[in-house]
Ligand binder design. Structure first.
Ligand SMILES: [Zn+2]
Length: 200
């Protein structure tokens, strides 16, 4: 029932509008500029992780409201193009653990990656597996900075654009990029739907 109702209600103001009403869409802000995390050549995100932007990403991540995915993916693809991150790239995603994927029934990063790749008209193979471990959300700062552990499924293409839903410390992208480089990638960029301000 919630899934039937959610897409019609704007997460910014509770009024009508899917996935955001025009007023709240106009108030979304880009993230604070920040240097890419280690091992990542370049990164971008269309939205700051705050307000209605935060709620939109939460709908993908926690509530399985897939109507939001095309909207976010269009913004991510446009942002990646604008930042020059798309030349000759293969798109992939920073996967969640198999256990969480089973529990949720889907991987939000994969949904976004496939939708971004369609918009960029590039391939989107799964290149990484995530080793078991706690979710990054809820970890203490030090553990977050270490990031999750990934293994490569196969040899990586030379140029890879990694998609994830949120970047906080950038540790997940760093871990993904490190693994992709070890598997043969020479260029690794990242695009996320939203990004928090850099830690002080
Ligand atoms: Zn609104």
């Amino acid at each position: 029932m919630l899934e039937l109702v959610f897409p019609l209600v704007c997460p910014g103001c509770g009024g009508r509008g899917a996935p955001l009403c025009p007023h709240c869409a106009g108030r979304l802000r880009p993230p604070v500029g920040a240097a890419p995390p280690e091992e990542v050549d370049s990164w971008c995100a269309p939205f700051a992780y705050e307000g209605a932007g935060r709620e939109l990403v939460a709908r993908v991540k926690y509530r399985n409201v897939r109507a939001v995915v095309p909207w976010l993916a269009s913004a991510m693809a446009a942002e990646a193009r604008e930042h020059g991150l798309v030349d000759g790239v293969t798109v992939t995603w920073a996967p969640t653990t198999p256990a969480r994927r089973r529990a949720r029934g889907f991987d939000p990063a994969e949904l976004l990656a496939r939708a971004v790749a369609r918009r960029l008209r590039v391939r989107c193979p799964g290149l990484l597996d995530r080793l078991p471990g706690p979710p990054q959300t809820g970890l203490a700062a030090a553990a977050r900075r270490r990031g999750p552990a990934f293994v490569a499924r196969r040899r990586a293409p030379a140029r890879v654009l990694v998609v994830d839903d949120i970047a906080t410390t950038g540790a997940t992208l760093t871990a993904a990029a490190t693994t992709l480089r070890a598997a043969g990638a020479a260029y690794v960029a990242g695009v996320t739907a939203a990004r928090t301000p850099p830690p002080r």
